[in-house]
Design a protein around this ligand. Sequence first.
Ligand code: BGC
Length: 461
Amino acid sequence: MSTPVLHLDDPVKRQKVLELVRGLDLTADTQKKIRDVFESEMELGLAKNPPVASSLQMENTFLPELCDGSEEGDYLSLDLGGTNFRVIWLRIKSGAVVSEAVQYYQVPEDVRLGPGVKLFDFLAECIHNFMDGRQLKGQNLPLGFTFSFPMTQQGLDVGILVSWTKSFNCSGVVGEDAVKMLNDAIHRRGDTDVDVIAVLNDTTGTLVQGAFVDRKCAIGLILGTGSNACYIERADRIEKWEGEHKDVKEVVIDVEWGAFGDNGVLDFIKTEYDKEVDRNSLLVGSFTFEKHFGGKYLGEIVRCVLVRLTKEGLLFQSNASEELLQHGAFTTRFVSLIEEDNVNGVDVNTTGALNELKLAFNKEDIEIVKYICWLVSDRAAILVSICTASLLERMDRPETTVAIDGSLFKHHPRLKSFMEKYIAAMAPANKFQLMLAEDGSGKGAGLIAAIASRLKKQQAH
Ligand code: BGC
């Protein structure tokens, strides 16, 4: 598989286009520099008194073990992270999910951006609605809460929000415990009976779900609206971990790589397009790494490039349609569709997307748009692969399965193969496979609630 190539007959025009996107093409030197910075940020993030603050949170999830196959019972799981909130009822037998019932609730924009209390009241109402519809009232089911935002954890059932990301920005939640806020909302209603026993990040859910399917799984990765990963770290390497944990050998660490470089250490890769995407995003300057490739942003990066090339007279005969000028108009779905054309050597999806954007285009325009989608996808794969390869080398296991979930990974036709190529080159001594772990955040939350119940019972004895 080759690196992105732009086929244009006119060498002058070709040169001009390449000049304007040069920064998106990461050289081997730049890749090496990113990796060095990532590894040093990881170390700083685990240190007790780091000389400078790391942009990587390296959060202890307090999950000391994965499923051991003895988990049983009925559990609820909640999944909040995107615009759809899910409530799931899982039945687990011998550590396996044997049945599940799911309901989706759209979280309206005013709830995603309004007061936090309203958000948690909304979640409690959904839980009530779900249980009411399934005659689950009065059963006091243990609940695992997937809260896919950066949290400070002080135990499996305490998750203090560090900052909002993606499309949420509710007031009064940063610095508060999401579990307590949810419990308070449930108690305010007085008509719903659940026991929130674990809060987790979607990466952790994905790892647990992945490890259930494949024992070699030691990384949970999300490539969806946002991006992040967790991995299994040796407890003795977590210098900052205070308190009693003598018997714990390993623990799952949530890297929170979406924020990688927010402290400036990665400014050398930021192109004018990345800066523009950040400027136009909900939380400017925050979680800038995931803005390079998260599903919420990938299409927008392409759009910014296309607008610039149009202004420079290199696309669409200098005419950008009103549609193309709108933020968010070039969706990540378009990138995946156009990448499909690149794979199949056709133009059908590209012309469809350009028509939807009401653009007048010719053959050269199609070539350029296809190239930009390839280039931006390739960079996404390189960035995720650098971080993944670093984790693989750090864990240094004979063989590791990386469980991956998220809409971008699922729908992009060749991110997986790009990543396989890059990771293999970047961590040549570490055998690995990438595995789609569908619905890690849903099933994983139920499984973690089951693990938490088991651990609680063990502690009581
Ligand atoms: C959040 C992470 C989450 C990731 C994927 C990021 O914006 O900070 O906690 O794992 O999105 O959903």
